[in-house]
Design a protein around this ligand. Structure first.
Ligand SMILES: Cc1cc2nc3c(=O)[nH]c(=O)nc-3n(C[C@H](O)[C@H](O)[C@H](O)COP(=O)(O)OP(=O)(O)OC[C@H]3O[C@@H](n4cnc5c(N)ncnc54)[C@H](O)[C@@H]3O)c2cc1C
Length: 448
């Protein structure tokens, strides 16, 4: 395709806008250093057509593409960079079950029948990940020893007791852990109690998303990186998505899967979620002695704390320790020192380890802690807002999007576009949330 100077300028402008977002060191991540090779996903260079155009090549977009291609639809995926450039290639790799809302609360909000359907879907999300890994032989260090949540204080205890009771009533294998049990399980005595959920596990997140991309390609989908979409509009009953280089695709359906990296192309969509910043530090591989006491069961762990940390060991026994930045810090600037200090306070065996990798990214939060499945126009949908639990939920919501296209029957009700109230004040809100959350966590007796 011939490019005019105006095309080139538009492309450069769009790319510099998106690279500005990459302020958190993706290239330096442990995952970038250890992932399986990326499949070839060259830029779109033509005017073309398909049934469904998907914007965003993370878990959500690629799972949607894979399920649609398997159902016989012609699908084309466009990403500003390529598979896994967003959170899907940067996260902690924890395959966490469900979401953070109690089942009874969901029932009150949605009614018994809708809530039961939605909870079944959320509860099945981990199975979907591990099934896809097995079905497509995705090489991504997948393990499934279960997920553990550590707790402090009365606030956390009440939540976990209710969580366990309410999921057990619905037949799910979750159990409460007392101080001794969780201390033995994790090799740290900082928690007063905890919860074990057998559904969880972990993956090498970038290898997993690249595996999804490969599976989607093998099923017949086309996947194009270096193709930022700068305009999407309805023309003669179809959607036309235009990329920065001037290439375009005309499709009956449009799916927008950009989560915390959502820009202003679809009016109002950026305001539907609040992107925050999460950072991870990864150590050198632990010694055999340390590995026998630090997370000996290989669990993926997070906490009930308001401003929680999350951690696990990777396939080579490195501690992968993540959490929020300082209140106003949205850029990396070496700012994982607070996480490294906290890891050491919890696991003294880490004394002397080198922290070899530091990076971060922008997951998307919602005010009610539930993901969004929204109609953003005729034959157009978006799924986003996984509140830091997108490995399993993003994969599942991608499948939900495929159902929205194929049958209109989704487990989570499709809503209209929902904007976050006071979105313009979000930086202030985030800073206050982190500051007050850390204070309340300390009052709850958080030790590290
Ligand atoms: C540090 C960190 C740790 C985390 N840890 C965990 C964890 O352990 N477990 C867990 O379940 N979740 C975790 N999460 C959250 C999880 O990673 C996300 O919820 C999930 O990856 C979202 O997937 P997605 O496909 O919806 O979006 P993303 O993977 O973010 O993909 C969005 C894509 O959209 C593309 N895009 C945006 N705009 C455009 C445009 N205009 N044109 C073309 N492409 C565009 C971007 O390039 C990007 O590739 C973590 C997140 C971070 C940052």
């Amino acid at each position: 395709m011939d490019r005019t100077p105006a095309d080139r300028q538009r492309y450069n402008d769009a790319m510099s806008r998106v690279t500005e977002l990459d302020d958190t060191g993706w290239q330096d991540s442990l995952w970038a250093a250890t992932a399986t090779d990326a499949p070839a996903t060259p830029a779109l260079e033509e005017q073309t057509e398909c049934d469904v155009v998907v914007v965003g090549a993370g878990y959500t977009g690629l799972s949607a593409a894979l399920h649609l291609a398997e159902a016989g639809k012609s699908v084309l995926v466009l990403d500003s960079f390529g598979p896994g450039w967003g959170c899907s290639g940067r996260n902690g790799g924890q395959v966490n079950p469900a979401w953070k809302v109690l089942p009874d609360v969901l029932e009150k909000r949605m009614g018994q029948e809708s809530a039961a359907r939605a909870m079944r879907m959320a509860g099945d999300a981990c199975d979907l990940v591990f099934d896809l890994v097995e079905r497509f032989a995705i090489d991504c260090e997948a393990i499934r020893p279960g997920y553990v949540q550590g707790g402090y204080g009365q606030h956390g205890k009440d939540f976990i007791a209710q969580w366990v009771l309410q999921w057990q009533r619905r037949g799910v294998e979750v159990s409460m852990l007392d101080h001794d049990e969780i201390s033995t399980m994790l090799g740290t005595s900082v928690y007063s109690f905890g919860m074990y959920d057998a559904r969880g596990g972990s993956v090498q997140p970038l290898s997993y998303v690249r595996g999804l991309a490969r599976a989607a390609l093998a099923a017949g989908a086309r996947v194009h990186g270096l193709s930022p979409v700068i305009d999407a509009r309805r023309t003669d009953g179809s959607w036309v998505a235009l990329t920065a280089s001037g290439a375009s695709v005309r499709a009956r359906h449009l799916l927008w899967c950009t989560n915390g990296y959502t820009d202003g192309v679809i009016p109002g969509l950026r305001e539907s979620v609040v992107p925050v910043t999460s950072f991870i530090a990864a150590s050198s591989p632990l010694s055999a002695a340390a590995r026998s006491t630090v997370l000996p069961g290989g669990h993926a762990v997070s906490e009930t704390a308001r401003i929680q940390v999350y951690y696990r060991l990777d396939g080579r026994g490195r501690m992968v320790f993540g959490g929020r930045g300082d209140a106003l810090n949205t850029r990396l600037n070496g700012s994982t020192t607070h996480l490294e200090r906290q890891a050491l306070a919890m696991f003294p065996e880490l004394e002397g380890v080198r922290w070899e990798y530091r990076w971060g990214g922008h997951p998307a939060m919602t005010t009610d802690s539930l993901p969004r499945l929204m109609r953003i126009g005729d034959n157009a949908f978006s799924a986003l807002g996984y509140n830091g639990r997108g490995v399993a939920m993003g994969t599942m919501m991608g499948r939900e999007l495929s159902h929205a296209v194929l049958s209109g029957e989704t487990a989570l009700p499709v809503t209209g576009l929902r904007k976050t109230p006071l979105h313009g004040l979000r930086q202030l809100g985030i800073a206050w949330h982190i500051f007050s959350g850390r204070l309340l966590d300390a009052l709850d007796g958080r030790k590290a």
